[in-house]
Write a protein that binds this ligand. Structure first.
Ligand code: FES
Length: 448
């Protein structure tokens, strides 16, 4: 089923590329990160084009819960401990700044996209101390945060952390307006990038600066993003006929749900799992059960799922793609926080490309220090991938395609919830006939 954003917004169709061209910058991917980056590069005076394999906003932007917030779970206490106070401060500034910049842009351009300021809350039903520490850490970094014990939620909590001045909007209405300001070629699939030459199925683009903003980078080498990122799926219900809270809520306990007001809807999200790990299904049903418990008599007007790129240390990769490619750039691994990540990414990449000082760049750099947490995640991610690869020789069932992922060969797992074949290694997805839905794979499954 489509998200409520898709039902309410149509984006004007653009021409495909027709033949070769040259530009100062080329952005691969016309989601929020790609369009914002192209916009700011153009503002900085660079001739910029965006190349999109499908349509503007057809990737993960349409599946977000559209929170614009610097509250990213229990993160600030950990960032201070792992990266130090200065780096944590830059993470906080980049994300707080993103909220203000969305508002400024929306006002300046008079974009009608339902932008509303809200408070954002973390809640727990089991513990207080981690929330208290998070509120303290956030305050130390300049975020107005408070720990409280009362909430408007329809279930008891042991504590909440409030961040004021956060926001939400209609992501596709915003994207539709901003995309009018940049040059986008739709249905133009990038096949290969060689130096500054981008080979597409419609022609070759030669660009001084190449920006990868296509969710999960599809190139394996250099960069090796496949080894340091995996993908997660999560599920959203749009409820009607229920009391809509006055803030946006995220549960920090295992299986905690998120709640986000959206006009007369309440968006209830949860059920996160690694892509490829939903062989039994039932995530929507579990959410519906909770919805019935907290909001008896609710009406479900839509449901949809999201796919997010997760990094080893929980911080996005924004910056130079690889030391070996100084004029390639990347913005990926936003976790569940793609709206602020996209805006922070657009600013950092624009600064790097135009040679401006950008102190916020270090914490997001794909070449940043390798932490202990990242090392542990790398081991568990490697073990997962090895298991998926080891299964690739097992006989497939009755499909007329080989159920191995064209990306690196892992055996695909059936996802009964969404009737898709999902790759447990790096998260590519295919429909029931083996046709590609999400990368990093670039092609359909091989026919038998
Ligand atoms: Fe990498 Fe499937 S996504 S092997």
């Amino acid at each position: 089923m489509e998200s409520i954003w898709m039902a309410e917004s149509e984006i004007r169709k653009r021409e495909a590329l027709s033949g070769d061209l040259q530009s100062e910058a080329a952005v691969i991917g016309a989601g929020m990160a790609g369009i914002l980056t192209a916009y700011y590069l153009k503002q900085a005076g660079l001739n910029t084009v965006v190349l999109e394999a499908d349509r503007i906003g057809s990737g993960q932007t349409k599946n977000t819960t559209a929170k614009i917030t610097s509250q990213h779970g229990l993160i600030y206490d950990r960032l201070i401990r792992v990266f130090g106070r200065e780096m944590a401060y830059h993470y906080a500034r980049a994300n707080e700044g993103a909220i203000g910049e969305y508002e400024r842009l929306i006002r300046e351009k008079k974009i009608d996209c339902d932008f509303v300021r809200y408070s954002a809350y973390l809640y727990s039903q089991a513990q207080e101390l981690p929330l208290q520490k998070e509120a303290q850490a956030a305050r130390a970094l300049g975020i107005p945060a408070a720990f409280e014990t009362e909430s408007e939620l329809p279930f008891p909590v042991s504590g909440i952390v409030r961040f004021d001045g956060q926001a939400r909007f209609h992501p596709l209405k915003f994207l539709r307006a901003l995309a009018e300001e940049v040059t986008v070629y739709e249905e133009t699939k990038v096949l290969k990038v060689d130096g500054q030459q981008i080979e597409t199925d419609r022609g070759i683009v030669t660009a001084e600066h190449v920006i990868f903003a296509s969710h999960f980078p599809f190139l394996n080498v250099p960069g090796y993003y496949f080894a340091r990122m995996y993908q997660e799926r999560s599920y959203v219900l749009a409820l009607e006929g229920v009391p809509v809270p006055e803030g946006m809520y995220l549960g920090v306990d295992p299986k905690g749900i998120s709640l986000c007001p959206c006009g007369n809807h309440l968006l209830m999200g949860g059920g996160s799992h690694r892509t490829g790990k939903n062989q039994k299904g039932g995530e929507y049903e579990r959410l519906r059960k909770k919805a019935g418990e907290y909001y008896p008599g609710y009406h479900e007007s839509a449901h949809w799922s999201a796919q997010d790129c997760m990094t080893l240390d929980g911080v996005p990769y924004i910056g130079q793609f690889s030391r070996r490619k100084p004029r390639w750039y990347v913005a990926t691994g936003f976790g569940k926080w793609g709206m602020t990540g996209a805006m922070a990414g657009a600013h950092i990449l624009t600064s790097l490309i135009t040679g401006k000082d950008c102190p916020q760049g270090d914490i997001f750099s794909p070449q940043r220090q390798f932490t202990m947490q990242a090392a542990q995640e790398l081991l568990s991610h490697g073990a997962y991938t090895a298991k998926g690869l080891a299964k690739h020789l097992l006989p497939g069932k009755t499909q007329d395609f080989i159920p191995n992922c064209p990306h690196m060969g892992c055996r695909l797992e059936w996802n009964p919830e969404e009737e898709t074949f999902d790759c447990p290694c790096h998260g590519s997805r295919f429909d029931k006939d083996g046709r590609l839905i999400d990368g990093p794979a670039q092609t359909d499954c091989k026919k038998r």
